[in-house]
Design a protein around this ligand. Sequence first.
Ligand code: PEP
Length: 255
Amino acid sequence: MRKPFVAGNWKMNKTVEQASLLVADLLPGLQTIEKIDRVLCPPFPSLMVISQMIAGTAIGLGAQNMHWEDSGAYTGETAPAMVKEFCEYVIIGHSERRGYFGETDETVNKKVKAAFAVGLTPIVCVGETLEENEAGKTAAIVKREVLEGLKELASSDAQKLVIAYEPIWAIGTGKTASAEQAEEIIAKIVRGSLAESFGAEVADTIRILYGGSVKGSNAAEIFSMPNIDGGLIGGASLKADDFIKICQAAEGTLE
Ligand code: PEP
């Protein structure tokens, strides 16, 4: 039985003051949703304050990116141990990082290994562009991203992974893959590729999320699919009511 998982990717939104107000709004509702893992991924400047605000709760905290090196002359970057001071999770290889900042399967692989080396759990993002989707390349792209991004990982680490399948054409666009489309890619391609790398038993334990315009109104249907273990939520994670509704939908799958 995989525990449902919902993470809010705030992207480059909210000053520290605004972030604190959002967390204050989220806290009462999120604390009542105890049967799932719920994780907030704010921008770096807010991590310290939010880690203090959620101390003593079971709410998790994640960063949106990090470098793979331990330290050194990498201006503007953040090292794994710095993220680990405040977080348990780190998003790796989000399509916006791949698309705007030149991240590749190779850098994703280095970051995933570096995350495990300091005890962080990576939330690894994979997904195809609209062009790739229309050219019938979805399966090949997603398979490559899973195999290459996670290559040479120990099975003991692989079991702890969280993967997010996010069709890029569905991110921030209001378009979602249908629940059945997402289930098919996640079951056959994402979980199938994980089985190829780590064996079916390990692949069955790994939580796989769907991401791409998930809202309070469509979350229950998407999460009802047997291989979809929750969601990575962008826009809707910036509104307390919406994010709580999405977390409740994930908890509802346990009934
Ligand atoms: C995301 O940023 O990972 C995402 C899925 O965004 P949105 O929910 O806004 O589509």
